[in-house]
Design a protein around this ligand. Structure first.
Ligand code: NAD
Ligand code: PRE
Length: 362
């Protein structure tokens, strides 16, 4: 029996737990300092055992996953190494930055125990165990950042354990990871938030901005809805890389200022061509990831029971709904409901059924 202990059973920790829960050879233990969260984990059957005691959680654990915010990772490692851990235990984390945690762990004396940093490159703008899914990591890259000196056999042991996530394991140096992920994940979050806040200020003076915001704005700003404290920790932790990246970003913006000042249409088109060429080489959106749910949008009139009617209609047609979210509901405009499905077929069928009674957008 392999015992897996997870600290911080939220979106990522909960999704990991669900990859192992119910499989015959695994026991999954969840830890939270909050007794109410412990109760919730047991009620939702995300873990086999849940406890508020760190010592109890790690007792006999073969693998320990730290899935708490980046700002708490180092404190957890410092507390863990003071506890009696099973010889051969591997401690790993899922934090979105890797240099500081990997270096802190390497500086601590760990007898018979190894720390190997980890980062699944899959996630969502949602958070909490409610948003967890065993499909989250399917086909995504999962980065491991072993420190120099970590035996490859231990890295292989962790990679083998991660098989049920169906993720693709890659090994990257921790600092290189932070440079790359800074550019492809952290900087985009900053840009999305800054853009939304820019438009929000215009909207304060004229609410038509919000009403006209359509596909383009939604596509580039989804991640602006991510959990603020999780992102506070990530950005502060990777600030040196980000300050450099934002300077480069300013150069890209200046390029556009220059092209526009000179009305250089061909220069602008060329920027789109080079960007489009590079973007077309990105890996396909991977099915199975939460972010690859198939979304449709439904305008809903503001009257009681409407959401129940919609879910009942879908249920009667045996269409499986994965997630439902009210994006906007105000007295003077119809609300918008986002319905998410696991596959294109369900999304298409939902459009057919719902468009009889509602305005549906894809
Ligand atoms: N959200 C993503 O897209 C994503 C993707 C990959 C990795 N990560 C990383 O995963 C980790 C968890 O993020 P998440 O998205 O699952 O967030 P989450 O908010 O869904 O889960 C965080 C969990 O940690 C617990 N927690 C919060 N503060 C705590 C504290 N001070 N002490 C102990 N527990 C605490 C919460 O109760 C929750 O169970 C972060 O380190 C994040 O950088 C996030
Ligand atoms: O899809 C999203 O919402 C994400 O933000 C996922 C995302 C990313 O930027 O790609 C965010 C943080 C992670 O550390 C890894 C993945």
């Amino acid at each position: 029996m392999t015992k897996i202990t997870i600290f911080g059973v939220g979106l990522i920790g909960g999704s990991l737990a669900l990859c192992y829960k119910g499989k015959p050879d695994f026991t999954v233990v969840g830890h939270s300092p909050n007794p109410k969260s412990v109760e919730k984990l047991l009620q939702r059957e995300v873990v086999d055992i849940a406890t508020t005691s760190m010592a109890e959680a790690v007792d006999g654990a073969d693998f320990i996953f730290l899935c708490v915010p980046v700002g708490n990772l180092e404190t957890y490692i410092e507390q863990l190494v003071k506890l009696p851990l099973k010889p051969g235990c591997i401690i790993t984390d899922v934090g979105s930055t890797k240099a500081s945690v990997t270096e802190r762990a390497a500086s601590l004396a760990m007898e018979g125990v190894h720390f190997i940093g980890g980062h699944p490159m899959a996630g969502s703008d949602r958070h909490g165990v409610e948003a967890a899914s065993s499909y989250l990591f399917e086909n995504a890259f999962y980065v491991l950042t072993p420190a120099a000196g970590t035996p490859q056999a231990e890295v292989d042991r962790l990679a083998a354990l991660l098989k049920p996530t169906k993720a693709q394991i890659v090994q990257v140096d921790a600092r290189e990871h932070d440079d790359i992920v800074g550019a492809i994940s952290h900087l985009p979050h900053i840009i999305a938030v800054a853009l939304v806040n820019q438009v929000r200020k215009y909207n304060d003076a004229n609410p038509l901005y919000q009403n006209l915001a359509a596909g383009g704005f939604r596509d580039i700003t989804r991640i602006a809805s991510s959990e603020p404290t999780i992102w506070r920790d990530i950005l502060v932790n990777n600030r040196e890389v980000l300050l450099r990246l934002i300077k480069d970003w300013n150069r890209e913006v200046s390029l556009f200022i220059d092209l526009l000042e000179r009305s250089d249409g061909e220069g602008i088109a060329q920027q789109f061509r080079t960007a489009g060429d590079f973007r077309s080489q990105l890996p396909e959106r991977r099915k199975g990831m939460i972010t690859s749910l198939y979304d449709i949008y439904v305008d809903i009139p503001d009257h009681p029971g409407i959401i129940g009617q919609i879910t009942t209609t879908l249920g009667n047609e045996k269409i499986n709904l994965s997630n439902i979210q009210i994006i906007e509901s105000r007295e003077d405009v119809p609300g918008i409901l986002r319905l998410s499905f696991r596959n294109q077929e369900d999304a298409d069928r939902a459009v057919q059924v719902l468009k009889r009674d509602y305005a549906v957008h894809v």
